[in-house]
Design a protein around this ligand. Sequence first.
Ligand code: NAD
Length: 281
Amino acid sequence: MILIDGKKAAAELREELKQEVAELKIKYNKVPGLTVILIGDMAPSQIYVRNKEKSANEVGLKSEVIKYPDTVEEKTVLEKIEELNNDESVSGILVQLPLPKHIDKQKVIETIAPSKDVDGFHPMNVGNLSSGYESSVPCTPLGCYLMIKKIEPNLSGKKAVVVGRSNLNGKPMTQLLLKENCTVTITHSRTKDLKAECLEADIIVAAVGIPELVKGDWVKKDAIVIDVGINKTENGLVGDVAFDEVSKVAKALTPVPGGVGPMTIACLLKNTVECFKRSQI
Ligand code: NAD
């Protein structure tokens, strides 16, 4: 069984990006810039943002974090986004979610210029991805996609099952696999026989949020299994896949932690570089 090492894959991607940023600096005399807006003082968001800033600096991006208290008015945030949309030194804008209740998440997402939407959440990017056009792609499914492609470069005709249909993970993952000519089944909480669906799959991507939902006897021999889930349990962090059981049948599997997670931030940096390159054309 191949244990897909997300930390290693992320380090390799960061190294590639570092070189690319150095080349872009020579070519354009400037580097891509990532601006993150952080509202409130929720500990997980603070940690995520700190990691994003650290990784951005590591690859040579210009990075900035704008912090607001959780009492900030929606209008203030929207005006700041407009300002960043018009700032040429900013290639990518990310507003760290979740937001306080009085701020309309969708309004925030739609205010970010699609060309700077490094999270890939803007409806324009969602539409472009589903139409097969160039777009920013949400970072977690993009990371999953890159790891799957490393294991199996030709996905044409493969049967893929995506478990979970969130806008963040399941839906964009489905689009990426479709683009690779997989036959994709998207499953969710109302799916009648999830085990039977999974058993058909050459590739399973589980993004649900239920500890160890996908069991060993749900997985076809030599399937590629990507575990997006992060669940806190009394035994520590576990994914949506029963790791010990599934590792006995799968061809390749991501661990939790150390699988999908590290690739998510590396893909944010990739999206920032891509937004910069598109803005220079
Ligand atoms: P979500 O809650 O938005 O969506 C969960 C999906 O799972 C829904 O579509 C729902 O229909 C489906 N679902 C629920 N119960 C089900 C069941 N019994 N059988 C089949 N499907 C079922 O979740 P999300 O934001 O997509 O996140 C999913 C998981 O991924 C969470 O554990 C989250 O913490 C994790 N996550 C990890 C990363 C990362 O970087 N590794 C990033 C984002 C989310």
